[in-house]
Ligand binder design. Structure first.
Ligand code: THU
Length: 136
């Protein structure tokens, strides 16, 4: 599968949008604020933050908040070209398993930017989620 590389300008823009979204995170339980921004195939940008709940399992990660906002605004054919994820502690943070599956649903060719142990990394979604589940 071909990698979808982004220009460094587009990547910087996405990281900046993710940082701005992170400021709105509702994370009183973990105190770990996360922001995500995604670029669609049409060139639109959407963003999201984590939204926690006193019933911890109801928490929504930043990536899924961004994806659901994108579908709500752009419609069910929305395709993710790239996603960037940032956190307020500057620590390695790649998308959780649930978010990888949701990214894959709308972006089987998406590039995911996140902070790894070695600094910023761009990985194809299928590197993060080999054999992702599909119904079609
Ligand atoms: N979280 C995200 O929003 N995205 C990730 O990729 C990893 C984890 C959130 C969920 C929870 O609000 C907090 O980080 C701590 O797990």
């Amino acid at each position: 599968m071909a990698k979808q590389l982004l220009s460094s300008k587009d990547r910087q823009r996405l990281l900046q949008a993710a940082r701005a979204a992170m400021k709105n995170a509702y994370a009183p339980y973990s105190r770990f604020k996360v922001g995500a921004a995604l670029l669609t195939n049409k060139g639109e940008t959407f963003f999201g933050c984590n939204v926690e709940n006193a019933s911890y399992g109801m928490t929504n990660c930043a990536e899924r908040t961004a994806i659901f906002a994108a579908v709500a605004k752009s419609g069910p054919k929305m395709m993710i070209r790239a996603v960037a994820v940032v956190n307020d502690q500057g620590v390695p943070c790649s998308p959780c398993g649930a978010c990888r599956q949701v990214i894959y649903e709308f972006g089987p060719e998406a590039t995911v930017f996140f902070q790894s142990k070695k600094g910023w990394t761009g990985a194809h979604i299928t590197e993060l989620l080999p054999e992702g589940f599909r119904l079609k």
